[in-house]
Design a protein around this ligand. Sequence first.
Ligand SMILES: C[S@@+](CC[C@H](N)C(=O)[O-])C[C@H]1O[C@@H](n2cnc3c(N)ncnc32)[C@H](O)[C@@H]1O
Length: 238
Amino acid sequence: MTPDFSYSVNNSDPNDRKRFIRGMFDSIVPTYDLLNRLLSAGIDRSWRKFVIKEAGDLKDGRALDLCCGTGDLSLQLYRAGASLVSLDFSLPMLAAGKSRGWLRGDSVAADASRLPFRDGVFRVLTVAFGIRNIPDIDLFMAEAFRATRPGGRLIILELTRPSNPLVRASYNFYLRFVLPVAGGLVSGKWAAYRYLSRTIETFLDPDDLAARLKRAGFGKVVINRLTFGIATVICCEK
Ligand SMILES: C[S@@+](CC[C@H](N)C(=O)[O-])C[C@H]1O[C@@H](n2cnc3c(N)ncnc32)[C@H](O)[C@@H]1O
């Protein structure tokens, strides 16, 4: 069966999709970080810094980095003083993060839509470039809300589509030709980079995400569009 590379919401039966996504991430671990830097020309560093700034005083309470991958954002949260748990469902991603020394706090292998934590444990939850892989997005938001302590924050960093037509046209060219070809050549995993590119084109837009966050119970939802809207950071509070 040919997998469908478009993002789609499925709150009732997301498991086949998750198996496919986890296998795909397992397969691209060796070149994942190198390609992140190359394909974003290093701009992803400034987006992650924005997340750290929005997180506030990380020494106040516990932090949870969801969909942590090899721990690029986890490392910055840790360095900023967070008492940190990093979570991902890909064991090879977690293993690579540990061997690189990027995952330094506790790490947990679990599905981000079924969090193995008590209610209200975390003051800050982050998810960088992870949410567009989560088909049961409303369950994910409900779980994030449950695990956040009152007054705590959820911060989402995701790749999005620019609204300016000129920028959007160049970005679409990049998504259709540059990203899948460069990703395929370097990693040898052509289907994985076609998937990653296609989900950027088809993922929910920030206004829709913000509306879903409000439905999940979050307030003070703020959308920050970065680098012409190529990336967006959404912050919200419980
Ligand atoms: C694009 S990577 C982002 C990694 C990291 N946050 C970063 O900034 O580089 C997405 C990660 O999300 C993980 N992931 C996707 N769906 C997940 C889920 N339902 N539960 C836990 N992890 C998930 C994948 O295994 C992968 O490591």
